[in-house]
Every structure is written in structure tokens, then in C-alpha cells.
Design a protein around this ligand. Sequence first.
Ligand code: SF4
Ligand code: SF4
Length: 79
Amino acid sequence: MTRLPGAASLAAMIAARSPEIAAVDLARCDRCGLCLPLCPPAAIRLGSVDLLIDAGACTGCRKCIAPCPVGALRMGLRA
Ligand code: SF4
Ligand code: SF4
């Protein structure tokens, strides 16, 4: 019997196929937190002094890019 992947493993599979992921320009980011709830897989976290994007979780959906009020987020090629 074939088992369907769970939501977490499905997100990981999609992320693995996406050639692009989000990246943050820390010189621009003011840590407003607006982008955090916009990220479907919750790949964005506020650290103690910076913003962290989990490259393994980011699916490259771009939902965080346009809403950033200071243009601190952009897409880049996955390393
Ligand atoms: S929306 Fe932009 S400025 Fe605000 S925390 Fe996210 S990246 Fe930083
Ligand atoms: S591109 Fe999508 S998955 Fe990646 S950090 Fe932005 S909202 Fe999250």
C-alpha cells in the first residue's frame, strides 16, 4: 500500500524542488515582524538580534516579499 506524505514532509519535498528561497537584507530589516505570519511553513523567525529564514523550510512561495514595508526581503537562488 502506498502511503501519502504528511504535511511536513510534503513541504520539505516542495522546498527541495524550489530553485529559489527568500533572503533578508539585515541592513534594511527593522524587525517589525510583519512577514512572520505571512509565511505558510513558518520558515521566518525573529532571532535576538536578527531575522532568520530556514532555508530547509522555505518553499519559495514569495508571499513574504511584497508585504515587507522596507524592501528587506528578496528571492535568491538556493545554495
Ligand atoms: S517585514 Fe521586512 S522589515 Fe519587517 S521583519 Fe520582515 S523582513 Fe524585517
Ligand atoms: S518565500 Fe514563502 S516560504 Fe519562503 S520565507 Fe517567504 S513566505 Fe516563507
